[in-house]
Design a binder for this molecule. Structure first.
Ligand code: G6P
Length: 608
């Protein structure tokens, strides 16, 4: 989704802006642009396509103050004229992330005042609106505050004025934005990865904050216009953690980082002899004692993690659990139970629908909230009473991999803690689960050894248009996740079904051109699944079966068997998902798609 970078320094900031944009490429975008203030003029460069194009076109641009943007089209096609920054009368330049809901009304009003619109975006109204105030008060901070008061919707913005080379204004509401604090230079960015080469000291803006930034300092005002202090955090993210290193793609790198990411997420727990609620926060024990059910809210891959967790929570902890897509929940009339623990799951912690769903739940009277998130300072974490941070590290590939498996690890911990508090986990069993968790990173490592075999298997998919994924029980959500990975990065239409549903519809699709991928661990449902697979074979469908070590299934004509290194019991979804990630990755490689930045998709969906 859109990315913002801005800088004010004594040096030429164009390379800083471009490097920042490069680091934000992973968020997903289709065009890019920058504007710098130079000799009381705005110099703007925009281009469609990659930041590399913008870099070429910016060769002759320089300045000490500027803003830059990667755009993910919402209003108006991806094109140079719709790319940011948007200018008003060569005086004001604005970059915007988010959606302005009342832009049509403002646009009509400003058009009547002779403002000329040159784009189809909602964002351009912000530039003209600020301009309309600035020509009256000549104060960029006040003009921006006045303009923001008229906007309905979500935004993170950066603003500069041609006749003001000493200040930049920024603001956030509903979309992420932070300040970078350097020595005699300051920055703004959508996320910290954009600033790692210039500073690690960051200030996260709160909802409604507006900031005025200069060379030597910054002032922050809250939504009421009152000056406020926000703490400076030192980011733990390293520059290397967002470099590609020896890998061909970030997705491949991140698939391979899973053993370490799991080990890091489980570190505190695996080193101790017993599970305690405190890992979810100081108030966890008291909160968990009051709850009688769970409601899990998330989007995309994170929603699949929730679906797996439901099987664990109901079976192991014996607690009722509902899992819902955040964007549906937020608009549905639902019946709130104040004893429900609302669990939000998110890699970024900035997904607009998940944040809105959490706020909606709170508005219905849900006070018990827990987030499972990969970004410590994200809005989601700050909005939740309890939290467990996954420690996957920065995930750059748009298709989520290590974030998902670490979410599963975190949700398994939640299951065990709740099971224990509810008297459903004996000492021995607790030790057995802890042992399995300690072993998980090496089990994940063993799955990665299947990479060459899976790469070979992927060759069968390069010319396919469709694929069907099947799973049962705990592994049905893994089939969903496998299908999602394949469609996201290889553009093959893929669907997933619980295998028992096969004959209620999807069987009609099965023929020799429809590969069927089955997730078939050695569990109680294997025999049932075997019958489903025979139904596929009988219709000429090619089967690709991901089974466990020691499986009773065998390869035969039209049945390609891939054996996982072991059967990991309850943790089996984590291992099987790694194999399916590799499959999607190698199919995409064969198809030559842009693996890390698949068309039309964004990493962090900060608009509705
Ligand atoms: C986007 C990403 C997905 C991700 C989903 C939810 O669609 O491309 O990979 O699963 O958003 O994101 P979150 O950050 O909330 O987990």
């Amino acid at each position: 989704m859109c990315g913002i970078v801005g800088a004010i320094a004594q040096r030429n900031i164009v390379p800083v802006l471009l490097q920042g944009l490069q680091r934000l490429e992973y968020r997903g975008y289709d065009s890019a642009g920058l504007a710098v203030v130079h000799n009381r003029q705005l110099q703007r460069v925009r281009s469609t396509g990659r930041v590399a194009e913008l870099t070429k076109s910016s060769a002759n641009t320089s300045g000490h103050l500027g803003i830059a943007h990667t755009r993910w089209a919402t209003h108006g096609v991806p094109s140079e004229r719709n790319a940011h920054p948007h200018l008003s009368n060569e005086l004001i330049a604005v970059v915007h992330n988010g959606i302005i809901e009342n832009y049509e009304e403002i646009r009509a009003r400003l058009t009547a005042q002779n403002y000329i619109f040159t784009s189809d975006t909602d964002s351009e109204v912000i530039a003209h609106l600020i301009h309309s105030h600035y020509v009256r008060n000549h104060n960029l901070l006040l003009a921006t505050q006045a303009a923001l008061a008229e906007l309905v919707g979500a935004y993170a913005i950066g603003v500069v004025a041609a006749d003001n080379d000493t200040h930049m204004i920024c603001a956030r509401k509903g979309s992420p934005l932070l300040l970078g604090v350097g020595k005699g230079e300051h920055f703004i960015a959508s996320d910290v990865s954009a600033l790692l080469s210039v500073t690690k000291n960051v200030v996260y803006l709160e909802e409604g904050d507006v900031a005025e930034i200069s060379l030597h300092g910054y002032r922050i005002f809250n939504a009421q216009g009152v000056a406020v202090e926000r703490p400076v955090h030192i980011s733990e993210m390293s520059s290397e953690s967002v470099e590609l290193g020896e890998y061909r793609h970030y997705m491949q790198k991140e698939i391979h980082e899973q053993p370490q990411a799991l080990a890091d997420t489980l570190e505190g727990v695996c080193n101790s002899q017993t599970l305690v609620p405190g890992i979810f926060g100081a108030e966890a024990a008291a909160t968990f004692a009051q709850i009688d059910s769970l409601l899990i809210l998330a989007c995309g891959t994170s929603h699949h993690a929730g679906m797996v967790a439901r099987y664990w929570l109901e079976e192991i902890a014996g607690i009722p659990c509902t899992v819902e897509i955040a964007s549906e929940y937020r608009y549905r009339v639902s019946v709130a139970n104040p004893k429900t623990l609302v669990v939000t799951i998110s890699q970024s912690g900035e997904t607009a629908d998940t944040l809105a769903a959490l706020n909606h739940a709170k508005s219905l009277g849900h006070n018990h909230t827990l987030s499972i998130c990969n970004v410590p300072e994200s809005a989601l974490v700050r909005l939740s009473k309890l939290r467990l941070l996954t420690r996957a590290g920065p995930e750059i590939g748009v298709a989520s991999t290590k974030a998902f498996t670490t979410q599963l690890a975190a949700l398994f911990l939640l299951t065990l803690v709740l099971a224990k508090l509810r008297g459903r986990l004996g000492k021995e069993e607790e030790q057995r689960h802890l042992h399995a968790l300690r072993h998980l990173p090496s089990a994940a490592q063993a799955v990665l050894k299947l990479e060459p075999e899976i790469a070979h298997l992927a060759e069968h998919f390069a010319d396919k248009q469709h694929a069907l994924f099947l799973g049962r029980g705990l592994h049905y959500p893994i089939a969903l996740e496998g299908a999602l990975k394949l469609k996201e990065i290889s553009y093959i239409h893929a669907e997933a079904y619980p295998a028992g549903e096969l004959k209620h519809g999807p069987l009609a699709l099965v023929d020799k051109d429809m590969p069927v991928i089955a997730v078939a661990p050695n569990d109680a449902l294997l025999e049932k699944l075997k019958s489903n697979l025979q139904e596929v074979r009988a219709r000429g469908g090619e089967l690709y079966v991901f089974a466990d070590a020691g499986t009773r299934l065998q390869s035969s004509a039209g049945v390609h068997l891939m054996q996982m290194p072991e059967h990991a019991g309850y943790l089996s979804p984590i291992l099987h998902t790694i194999a399916l990630q590799l499959l999607a990755y190698y199919v995409a490689l064969k198809k030559g798609t842009d693996v890390d930045k698949p068309r039309n998709l964004a990493k962090s969906v900060t608009v509705e």
